[in-house]
Design a protein around this ligand. Structure first.
Ligand SMILES: Cc1ncc(COP(=O)(O)O)c(C=O)c1O
Length: 1007
C-alpha cells in the first residue's frame, strides 16, 4: 500500500530477485555429511557476493564470518557454505553451544514433517492471549528434570540474558527486601548482555560504560571464606546470589561440588535466593540434564537452587523457580518447540564424554608444555595454551584446519560437541586440532589448502528399470549379500517390482550387475515391521524402499547413492511425499548415512528385529516441504494476536517458503549469515524509516531497548537516565524495559532504575510535555540523559504521538544532543495505515534518531541514524541476534502487507471502537490508529468483564493498561467480520448486564 508507485515497483523487483534465488519448497535436499571440504585457496565467491550485499553502505556491522551458510545442506556436525564447491567445516562449538544434535536435527525434521510444528511454524501464536499446548508440554518436561522444589517454569523471548533478568526479578520480589538493588556474583562470571546481566558480569572491560545507578553487583572471589566474609559485611544490601556451575565465558572454569554446596548453604544462611545460571551448561551438556545435578546436588530442597536459568539449547530463555511468574511475556513458540525436542534427546550427549576424555589426554601427552588443564564433561571440553599468543595462533587457523571453535579468557580453547558426533568425527577433529597445534609458529598455517574435493569422473555404470533378464543375477546377489534371515525371496521382490519400481545398476563396459533397488507403496507391506505401524499407512503418499543392495566390488563407488537418488527421483515424479525404509542399527551405518544425507530422519527405532534382539531404524525421507494446512473449523475472531501473527495462524503465502532448513538448522545470526537472512535485511534496507541508515537485530522486544541503550552509551558513557512516557510500554522482562514502561497492571517493585516517565503529550498537550522534559534536562543536565523513548502508537495505552508533539520534542532533544527514539511495535509493518511505518504519517520534517520495532516472534529491529550508529563488530550482540524463521515470516508479512489496501478494514475498525465507546458510556475513550485501536473503559473491572464476555463468545481482545482493551486484528481481516459478528459480540459484551461466570473462562487454543 505504498503511496509511491516507484517505491512499490522497486519492492516488486526486489521480490522477483529474491524469489528467483530462493529454494523452491519442493527442491531436493542435498545435505553434505561425509567430510570436511575446503575449496581451492579457501575461495568463497558466492559467500563473498552475499556478504557484500549485506554490508553494502554499512547497513549492519561487519561481524559475520566469511562463509554464508546453507542451512539446507548443513547436517550433523558439518556446516556447509553456499559456495560451489562449498566450504564444509566441523562445527566444534555447535553454534555457541545451542545445538545438541548438530544441524538438521532429526527430531526437528520429524516434528516438521509429522505435524508437530503445525500450530507454530507458519505464524507465531501469542501465548499471552491463549494457552499454547507446546509450552505446557515443555514446562512439564523441564519440571520433571528440575532440582527439588523448583515447581514453576516460565519462558522469556530472547535467551540467556533475559532468563537471568527474569530470575533476578523473581528473586527481588520474593527475596529478603524488594527495596534492595545489589546482587552477589563471582569473579569470572558472565550472565548476558542486557544492562543488568552485564552489570553482573565481572569483566570490567565488558561492563565499561554500562554500569547504571540503581543496580550493582558485588563481585566475590571463587573462594568460600571470601564469600563468607563478603556476605557477613554486605549480606544486608543484597537480594540474590548468582553463579554459573561452570564458568564458560570466563574460561571453562569447572567449579567444585564443595564450593557450589558452600555457595548454596551460605546464601541460604543469609536469606538470599540463589540463581544457578545453566544457560550454557544445561540440557545435557555435562552428560546430566543440568550441571548442578551432575555434581550430585539438587536432589533435596536443601541442595537445590531457588532459581535456575537455561537458554541456548533451550531455544529461548527458561526460568525454573520456586515461585510462579505472574508477568508472562510472548515468546516464539517454534523456538520453544525446538528446545523441547532438543531436551527430549539431551541425554544422548552423555556417551561422548569417555571418548572425548581419552582423545584429550592423548593430545596433552602429544604436546607437553603447550596443552594443559584438559577438562571435559559430557560434550563440553577445553584446554589451555600458555598465553594469548598461542591462543590466537590456534584460533586464526581454525578455518584452514576445517573446524570452527572459540577461545575463552586469555588462554582457553573450548569446544562444544553434540550427540551427532560419531567416533570418526572425533578422530578427525582431534587430528585437525593436533595439526593446528603443530603449526602455531608456521606463518603459512592460516592459508587454506584445497581439501576433500569430490572426484569427478564420467559415469561408468547405468541405471535402468529391471527386465526379465536381470532376475537370475538379482537373486544371486541378494543371496550373497544377506544372511538368510535378512534376505528377501524372489516372490516378495517380484511383487514389489509389479506394485512399484525396481531399478538395477550395471557396469556399462562389462555389463556386470552392480546393485539394485526395490520399492512399492507402503500399503503393499502389511506384515513388515516398520511399514505395518507407519502413521501414514493408508494415506497413499509413501513409497517404501524394500531393498537396496550393492555388490561388494561396487561399494564405495557411488553406486548405492546413485540408485537411491534415482529411486527418489522416481518417487517424486510419481507424486509421492515420502520414501521410507529400514536399516539395521549398527551394521549398515553407510546406508543410514546415505539416507540421512538425502534428508532422512528416524521415524521409529524397532526392537527385536531380524529374528533376534537386533534393532532396525525405520527412516523417512521427505520429498516435499511441509505446507500450511487448510484452516480447520471455526476459529472465532482473534483481534488480539495481530502483533505476533499479522496474517492469522496460517497465511497461505507461507507455502511459498522452504522452512525446513532454517528451522532444523538454527544458526547464531550474530556470527553467521544465510541467504534468507540477507534477503530479509535487503528488504528492510528498501523500507528504512526515514532518517535512519543502519540497523541492528535483536531476539526480542526487550532486547531492543537494552541494545539501544548500550549503543547510545558507547557515545554517551556518562548518561544514566532514560526517559519514557506515562502509559508507555517497552517490554516487561528486562530491568531497563520495566523501568521505562508504565507499571500499572504489573507487580510491585516493577521499575529497577529510577527513570522518569513524562506526562504524555496526548494527555497534557505538546507544550506541557516539552516543558516537563525541559525541566528534567535543567535538573539533571542534558549529558545525564541517555535518550527519550516514545511510541508512535502506545501499545498498552493507545496514546498517539502527534506531529506537533513529535516536532517539539525533537527540537528540544536535538538542541541538547539527546537522542530521540520512536517505538513502532503498534504502528510498524504497515499497521498504522500511513505506510511501512507509523512515522510515515507524521510531519515529514520529523526524523527520530532511532526506530525500534518488535515484529513478533524472536526478533527485533533497531533502525538508527549515522550519528548514533556504532559499527564496531561484536560489541552489540547476543547469542542469537534474532531467529531466521522469525525473519522469514516477517519478510513475508512485509511483502503481503505492502500489497494490501488497508483502508476499508481501518474504517470498519474505527466505526467499531467508536460505536463501542458510545455504548460503554461515560469515561470510555478510543485510542490508537489504523489497525491498532484501543478502547479505555471506566475502570479495570469493566475492561476485564468485557474482555471475558467477548472471549466466552469466541472474540479475543488484548489487554493494555488495566482499563484498556486493545483491538489488534490480522492485517487482512475482512471488514465485514468487524461490521458483523465482531460488532454483535462486542456490543453485547458491553451492553449486557451481569450474569457471566468469570471463573469459567474458556481456554482458547489454536486449532
Ligand atoms: C552462563 C551464561 N549466561 C548467560 C548468557 C547470555 O545468553 P544470551 O546470549 O542468550 O543472552 C551466556 C551466553 O553465552 C552464558 O554463557
Amino acid at each position: 500500500m505504498s503511496r509511491d508507485p516507484q517505491h512499490s515497483r522497486a519492492l516488486e523487483l526486489l521480490e522477483i530477485l529474491h524469489r528467483e534465488e530462493s529454494p523452491a519448497p519442493g527442491a531436493p535436499v542435498r545435505r553434505e555429511t561425509s567430510r570436511v571440504r575446503i575449496p581451492k585457496q579457501g575461495a568463497l565467491p558466492q559467500s563473498a557476493a552475499w556478504l557484500e550485499r549485506l554490508y553494502h553502505g554499512e547497513l549492519v556491522p561487519r561481524e559475520r564470518k566469511p562463509q554464508v551458510i546453507d542451512t539446507r545442506r548443513s547436517c550433523g556436525p558439518y556446516m556447509v557454505s553456499v559456495d560451489e564447491p562449498p566450504m564444509v567445516l566441523l562445527d566444534a562449538c555447535s553454534q555457541i553451544a545451542t545445538l545438541n544434535e548438530g544441524f538438521a536435527n532429526p527430531g526437528i525434521l520429524q516434528g516438521l514433517h509429522e505435524g508437530r510444528f503445525d500450530r507454530c511454524l507458519w505464524a507465531n501464536p501469542d501465548n499471552t492471549i491463549a494457552a499454547v499446548p507446546e509450552l505446557d508440554e515443555y514446562a512439564a518436561f523441564l519440571l520433571g528434570q528440575a532440582p527439588a522444589g523448583l515447581a514453576h517454569a516460565s519462558f522469556v523471548c530472547a535467551g540467556g540474558a533475559e532468563a537471568n533478568e527474569k530470575a533476578l526479578r523473581l528473586a527481588r520480589l520474593h527475596g529478603p527486601d524488594p527495596a534492595r538493588r545489589r546482587v552477589l556474583a563471582f569473579d569470572g562470571s558472565f550472565h548476558g548482555r542486557t544492562l543488568v546481566t552485564l552489570g553482573a558480569t565481572s569483566n570490567p572491560a565488558k561492563r565499561k560504560g554500562v554500569d547504571m545507578p540503581g543496580f550493582e553487583a558485588v563481585f566475590c572471589p571463587r573462594d568460600l571464606s571470601a564469600l563468607e566474609a563478603t556476605l557477613r559485611e554486605r549480606g544486608d544490601e543484597l537480594y540474590a546470589v548468582i553463579v554459573e556451575p561452570m564458568m564458560a565465558e570466563g574460561g571453562d572454569i569447572h567449579l567444585t561440588r564443595e564450593f557450589l554446596l558452600g555457595v548454596r548453604e551460605l546464601s541460604r544462611a543469609h536469606g538470599l535466593p540463589l540463581i544457578v545460571d545453566e544457560v550454557q551448561t544445561g540440557f545435557g551438556t555435562s552428560g546430566s540434564f543440568f550441571w548442578w545435578t551432575k555434581l550430585g546436588l539438587g536432589d533435596s530442597p536443601e541442595t537445590a537452587p531457588d532459581l535456575l536459568t537455561c537458554a541456548k539449547k533451550a531455544g529461548l530463555g527458561v526460568v525454573l523457580s520456586r515461585w510462579a511468574d505472574e508477568e508472562p511475556a510472548p515468546v516464539n513458540v517454534a523456538s520453544a518447540l525446538r528446545g523441547l525436542i532438543q531436551a527430549e534427546t539431551a541425554h544422548l550427549q552423555a556417551a561422548l564424554e569417555a571418548p572425548i576424555r581419552e582423545r584429550l589426554h592423548l593430545l596433552v601427552a602429544e604436546f607437553p608444555g603447550l596443552v594443559s588443564e584438559p577438562r571435559v564433561a559430557g560434550t563440553a571440553f577445553a584446554f589451555d595454551l600458555p598465553s594469548a599468543r598461542e591462543r590466537d595462533a590456534f584460533i586464526n587457523q581454525r578455518f584452514a584446519r576445517g573446524f570452527m571453535t572459540y577461545h575463552a579468557g586469555e588462554q582457553t580453547i573450548r569446544f562444544r560437541l553434540g550427540a551427532c558426533w560419531e567416533l570418526a568425527h572425533l578422530d578427525d577433529l582431534f587430528a585437525r586440532v593436533s595439526t593446528a597445534l603443530r603449526r602455531l609458529d608456521d606463518p603459512t598455517a592460516q592459508t587454506c589448502a584445497r581439501e576433500g574435493a569430490p572426484h569427478r569422473r564420467t559415469r561408468w555404470f547405468e541405471i535402468r528399470e529391471i527386465s526379465e533378464d536381470d532376475w537370475a543375477e538379482v537373486m544371486a546377489l541378494e543371496q550373497r549379500a544377506y544372511e538368510p534371515e535378512r534376505s528377501d525371496s524372489e516372490e516378495f521382490l517380484r511383487e514389489t517390482a509389479a506394485a512399484g519400481v525396481a531399478l538395477v545398476a550395471r557396469d556399462v563396459e562389462t555389463g556386470e550387475l552392480l546393485g539394485f533397488v526395490f520399492a512399492a507403496p507402503l500399503e503393499h507391506y502389511p506384515d513388515v515391521s516398520g511399514p505395518d505401524g507407519d502413521r501414514f499407512r493408508g494415506v497413499g503418499h509413501t513409497l517404501y524402499a524394500a531393498d537396496l543392495t550393492v555388490s561388494d566390488q561396487a561399494r564405495g563407488n557411488g553406486v548405492g547413492r546413485a540408485l537411491k537418488t534415482e529411486q527418489i527421483r522416481w518417487a517424486r515424479a510419481n507424486g509421492y511425499t515420502f520414501v521410507s525404509g529400514r536399516n539395521r542399527v549398527g551394521l549398515t551405518t553407510s546406508m543410514a548415512g546415505l539416507a540421512r544425507s538425502l534428508g532422512a530422519y528416524t521415524a521409529k527405532v524397532l526392537d527385536n528385529q531380524y529374528g533376534g534382539d537386533a534393532q532396525a531404524e525405520y527412516y523417512r525421507i521427505p520429498l516435499r516441504s511441509p505446507a500450511p494446512l487448510e484452516q480447520q473449523g471455526p476459529h472465532g475472531h482473534d483481534l488480539a494476536s495481530g502483533v505476533q501473527a499479522p496474517f492469522g495462524p496460517r497465511p497461505a503465502f507461507m507455502a511459498t517458503r522452504e522452512l525446513v532448513g532454517p528451522t532444523a538448522s538454527r544458526l547464531n545470526l550474530s556470527n553467521w549469515a544465510t541467504p534468507d537472512s540477507i534477503q530479509f535485511i535487503e528488504h528492510l534496507r528498501a523500507i528504512l524509516p526515514r532518517g535512519t541508515g543502519h540497523l541492528y537485530t535483536t531476539s526480542s522486544r526487550d532486547e531492543l531497548l537494552d541494545k539501544s541503550l548500550r549503543c547510545i552509551k558507547m557515545t554517551r558513557p556518562a548518561a544514566t537516565i532514560a526517559v519514557g512516557f506515562e502509559g508507555g510500554y517497552l517490554g516487561h522482562t528486562t530491568a531497563s524495559a520495566r523501568s521505562l514502561s508504565d507499571p500499572a497492571g504489573f507487580g510491585p517493585g516493577f521499575a529497577m532504575f529510577d527513570w522518569p516517565l513524562l506526562p504524555h503529550p496526548a494527555d497534557v498537550g505538546a507544550e506541557a510535555c516539552v516543558a516537563a522534559l525541559a525541566a528534567l534536562i535543567e535538573a539533571h543536565g542534558a549529558d545525564a540523559v541517555i535518550g527519550l523513548f516514545v511510541e508512535v502508537v502506545g501499545e498498552r495505552s493507545g496514546k498517539v504521538l502527534s506531529s506537533a508533539a513529535a516536532l517539539a520534542l525533537s527540537k528540544l532533544c536535538s538542541a541538547h544532543g539527546i537522542p530521540l527514539a520512536v517505538v513502532e511495535t503498534a504502528s510498524g509493518g504497515y499497521r498504522s495505515g500511513a505506510g511501512a511505518w507509523g512515522l510515515d504519517g507524521l510531519d515529514p520534517s520529523f526524523c527520530p534518531n532511532l526506530v525500534l520495532w518488535y515484529p513478533g516472534g524472536q526478533l527485533g529491529q533497531i533502525f538508527i541514524d549515522s550519528r548514533w550508529w556504532v559499527g564496531t563488530p561484536l560489541m552489540l550482540i547476543s547469542t542469537w541476534d534474532g531467529d531466521e524463521l522469525s525473519q522469514i515470516r516477517t519478510h513475508e508479512h512485509l511483502r503481503a502487507a505492502h500489497r494490501l489496501e488497508l483502508g476499508p478494514a481501518i474504517n470498519a475498525l474505527d466505526d467499531l471502537v467508536r460505536e463501542a465507546a458510545t455504548a460503554a458510556g461515560d469515561g470510555a475513550r478510543v485510542g490508537g490508529q489504523g489497525l491498532y485501536r484501543t478502547l479505555s473503559l471506566a475502570g479495570a473491572e469493566q475492561a476485564e468483564t468485557v474482555q471475558a464476555r467477548c472471549r466466552a463468545k469466541g472474540l479475543l481482545l488484548a489487554r493494555g493498561l488495566p482499563d484498556t482493551l486493545c483491538f489488534v486484528p490480522a492485517l487482512d481481516i475482512a471488514p465485514a467480520a468487524l461490521r458483523g459478528p465482531v460488532r454483535t459480540i462486542l456490543l453485547d459484551a458491553i451492553g449486557a448486564g451481569s450474569g457471566l461466570d468469570l471463573g469459567a473462562r474458556e481456554r482458547h487454543e489454536y486449532a
